[in-house]
Design a protein around this ligand. Sequence first.
Ligand code: 1HE
Length: 258
Amino acid sequence: MSQAELQVEHQGAVTVVRLNRPSKRNALSDRLVLAIQEAFLQLPATTGAVVIDGAGEHFCAGLDLSEIRERDAVEGLHHSRMWHKALNEVEQGRVPVVAALHGAVVGGGLELASACHIRVADATTFYALPEGSRGIFVGGGGSVRIPRLVGTARMSDMMLTGRVYNAVDGERLGFAQYLVDEGQAFDKAMALAQRIATNAPLTNYALMHALPRIADQPSDHGFFTESLIASIAQSAPEAKQRVRDFLEGRAGKVQKSD
Ligand code: 1HE
């Protein structure tokens, strides 16, 4: 694939992964999906967080519809599983991922965004699942991840009726955790990623890997898993140092928010 369709740039502890197919609204061809997987597998040890964004007017128009062809059931299954593997590398890799959203975040684009840990949306962002009207179904993990953000009822409505949510409603409902002015999503995502990269790596890892599993466990199992991961995290020398720094007045206090 043309290297340029996925740009990977290391800026200190933050790696920027940019979908760069603006003439096709960053539609996700199979090659682009595999390139995303590869980029996450190849992250250097110096990377503490990733920002993913899209070049041009839109974050991502979803599956590259020009690649849809007659697939038998087995081929269709493998195609969807390919997306799952790639987006699992995003969600369950080594470091947190912040998505900087603008314009269309639709279909597979919303599936990609929902695999990220934090979503920052600018005022131009809109969310939709046009799969329903294209006669297909989500296949990139959307039916697992999107209901966790906004609920099954909202996702069903989007697919059944073609409903589109704007940036303001999207933030209110839980598609994005941050809403910023037009053109500001990347800068905000970078600032968050830089902050995230200063956390103890084990804390970040626990938030990515333990928290979602705990949320899926029965309470009794969740409490136990929490105790295990808490004890591992606090036993790390870095955690002990950070606590000492606070107790001895070297670390910042929690500040009241504006
Ligand atoms: C595409 C795609 C695409 C644009 N696959 N080529 N996704 C969708 O159903 C969304 C389809 N796209 C759109 O609704 C619109 O393109 C947008 C709202 C995203 C942007 O509109 P706009 O006016 O800025 O761009 P455009 O004129 O529609 O598109 C520009 C070009 O990109 C045009 O190609 P051109 O050769 O005529 O210039 C479009 O054909 C092309 N393009 N979107 C292929 N998606 C794991 S399963 C996931 C299932 C899904 O994701 S289904 C949802 C698919």
